[in-house]
Write a protein that binds this ligand. Structure first.
Ligand SMILES: Cc1cc2nc3c(=O)[nH]c(=O)nc-3n(C[C@H](O)[C@H](O)[C@H](O)COP(=O)(O)OP(=O)(O)OC[C@H]3O[C@@H](n4cnc5c(N)ncnc54)[C@H](O)[C@@H]3O)c2cc1C
Length: 423
C-alpha cells in the first residue's frame, strides 16, 4: 500500500485501513420551514407525489439532522423518476428545487434528505422483480432495482445456491444507498467493496435521461455514479456479480493486547493465499475487570461458555474472522481454520469459535438491531465517523487515538480492518 493522499472515497478505499467509530450523542435538529407548493403542471405519473404525512423523509439513522421536503415521490416505474427529474431540469438554473433519492434512509447526516425539495422513495420500485442469471456464458449475476434491499437479494439468490460476493455488515440497506457510497465489509480485502462487484447500471441522469452504463458503455457515468454520493444520477437498476453461496460459517474472535501484533496479523491474513473469507476487528478501550461481554453480541444461541478473561483496564484489540463452507467441506474448513489460527499470536485463553448458518452470520447486525430496538436504543442519534487511514500512518494513529484521545468504548464499537489497495 502506498503512502499518498487521496480525495475520493473510491480512491481512499485503495489505501489502507478502514476505521469506523460508532457512537451515540444528543440530537441536533435543523429547524423546519413551512411547506410551499410545487407548480401545478407537474407531470402525470404511474406513481404519485405525497405532500403531507412525510415527516419520515426528514429523518435518518444518524438522527442528528432534519431537512423537511416539499414532497415525496413514490414512483411506480423508472419513467416516473425520469419524468420528474426532466421536469425539474426544465425549470432551469433559477429554480432552487433539489432532489434526493432515499433508499432505506440509513444515512448519518441527512444525505438522503432535501430541504424543501423532492425526496424520491426508491423502495417503491422494490415491486420490480429480481432476475438471477446463472447458466449462460457469463458468470452468474442478479439484476435488481436500485431500491431493493441487500437482505432480499440474499434471500432470492440463495434459492439458486448463489449470493453476492461483497457485503456490508448490515443488510437492511438499499442497493442504491450502498453503491452510492462504497459498501465495505470483511470480504472487501478479497472481492473489493460492493462498487467493485457491479457489471452494469441503469441510471436516470440529472437531465432525466434513462441510460445504461458499464465499464464499456457510458463509462464516465458508471464510475461517477458508483461511490458518487447520489450526486451524479439515480441508480434505478444494477447488475450484481454472484458466486456459489456457502451454507455454514465458522465465526471466530480472539483478543490481542498489543496493537502492532493485532494489525500485523490482520495484514498477514488479508495477504495470505489460503485465508479466512471475512476479516475485520475492533478496539476495546478501558473496560476494567472481566471482559465476558466483549463477545456478547456474537451469537445469542451459542451454547459455548468460554473461560473468563480479565482486561485489567488495558486497551485490547479483537480480531474477528470467518471461514465459509458447505457441509461436504466441513473437514477441510476445520483443518484450514486450525492451520490459520496456529499462525496467530492472540491471547490463547480468548479464542472463541461459533458455527452458524451463512444467513445468520450475514444478519448478525440485524440480530443486534432487534435487541437494541427492544430496549429503545436503536432510534437514538448516531454520530458515526468512517475513516480510511494509509498503512504508513496506522501505528501513529492508533498510538494517539486509542486509549489516549478516546477514553472508553462504552458508547459504541470502533471497527478497524485493512483493505487491499488493488481491490
Ligand atoms: C447499522 C448500519 C451498519 C452499516 N454497516 C456498513 C458497513 O458495514 N459497510 C458500509 O460500507 N456501510 C455500512 N453502513 C452505511 C450504509 O452503507 C450507508 O449509510 C448507506 O448509504 C445506507 O443505505 P440506504 O439505502 O439506507 O441509503 P440512504 O440513506 O437512503 O441514501 C444514502 C445516499 O445514497 C443516495 N441514494 C440512495 N439511493 C440511491 C439511488 N438509487 N441512486 C442514487 N443515489 C441513491 C442518497 O441520496 C444518499 O445520498 C451501515 C449503516 C448502518 C445503519
Amino acid at each position: 500500500m502506498r503512502n499518498q493522499h487521496a480525495y475520493s472515497i473510491k480512491v481512499y478505499l485503495r489505501k489502507g485501513f478502514i476505521i469506523l467509530f460508532l457512537s451515540t450523542m444528543a440530537p441536533q435538529f435543523v429547524p423546519c420551514f413551512p411547506s410551499i407548493s410545487l407548480p401545478m403542471d407537474i407531470p402525470t405519473l404511474e406513481g404519485h407525489f405525497r405532500f403531507e404525512a412525510i415527516d419520515h423523509a426528514a429523518r435518518d439513522f444518524g438522527n442528528q439532522y432534519q431537512f423537511h421536503p416539499l414532497a415525496v415521490l413514490y414512483p411506480e416505474s423508472v419513467a416516473d423518476i425520469a419524468k420528474t427529474i426532466e421536469y425539474i431540469w426544465q425549470m432551469g438554473p433559477s429554480s432552487d428545487l433539489t432532489v434526493a433519492a432515499r433508499g432505506c434512509g440509513h444515512s448519518l447526516q441527512g444525505q438522503a434528505q432535501t430541504h424543501r425539495g423532492i425526496v424520491i422513495d426508491m423502495g417503491s420500485l422494490r415491486a420490480q422483480p429480481m432476475q438471477v442469471v446463472h447458466d449462460g456464458e457469463f458468470a452468474p449475476y442478479v439484476d435488481v432495482s436500485g431500491g431493493e434491499m441487500w437482505i432480499n437479494i440474499l434471500q432470492e439468490t440463495l434459492k439458486y445456491g448463489l449470493a453476492p460476493k461483497s457485503w456490508t455488515d448490515y443488510l437492511h440497506l438499499s442497493i442504491g444507498g450502498t453503491l452510492s457510497n462504497a459498501g465495505v465489509s470483511g470480504q472487501a480485502f478479497r472481492h473489493g467493496p460492493q462498487i467493485s462487484n457491479v457489471h452494469q447500471l441503469e441510471v436516470v441522469t440529472g437531465k432525466g435521461e434513462i441510460l445504461s452504463c458499464s465499464e464499456k458503455q457510458n463509462a464516465e457515468l458508471f464510475h461517477s455514479v458508483l461511490g458518487g454520493l447520489g450526486q451524479f444520477g439515480i441508480i434505478t437498476r444494477a447488475r450484481i456479480s454472484l458466486e456459489r453461496a456457502p451454507t455454514r460459517v465458522k465465526w471466530i474472535r480472539v483478543l490481542y493486547s498489543e496493537f502492532d501484533a493485532f494489525v500485523g496479523e490482520q495484514e498477514h491474513l488479508i495477504s495470505a493465499k489460503t485465508t479466512f473469507d471475512y476479516i475485520e476487528g475492533f478496539v476495546i478501550i478501558n473496560r476494567t475487570g472481566l471482559l465476558n461481554n466483549w463477545r456478547s453480541s456474537f451469537n445469542p444461541q451459542d451454547p459455548v461458555q468460554a473461560g473468563q478473561f480479565s482486561s485489567e483496564g488495558k486497551t485490547l484489540y479483537c480480531l474477528e474472522v470467518a471461514k465459509y463452507f458447505k457441509p461436504e467441506e466441513a473437514d477441510l474448513a476445520e483443518q484450514e481454520t486450525k492451520d490459520l489460527l496456529l499462525q496467530l499470536s492472540y491471547i490463547p485463553s480468548t479464542l472463541f469459535i461459533a458455527e452458524v448458518s451463512y444467513v445468520d452470520f450475514l444478519e448478525r447486525v440485524y440480530i443486534s438491531e432487534l435487541k437494541l430496538r427492544s430496549k429503545g436504543l436503536w432510534e437514538v442519534p448516531h454520530p458515526w465517523l468512517n475513516l480510511l487511514i494509509p498503512k504508513s500512518k496506522i501505528h501513529r494513529f492508533a498510538k494517539q487515538v486509542f486509549g489516549n484521545i478516546l477514553k472508553n468504548t462504552s458508547n459504541g464499537p470502533i471497527l478497524i480492518y485493512p483493505v487491499n489497495r488493488e481491490k
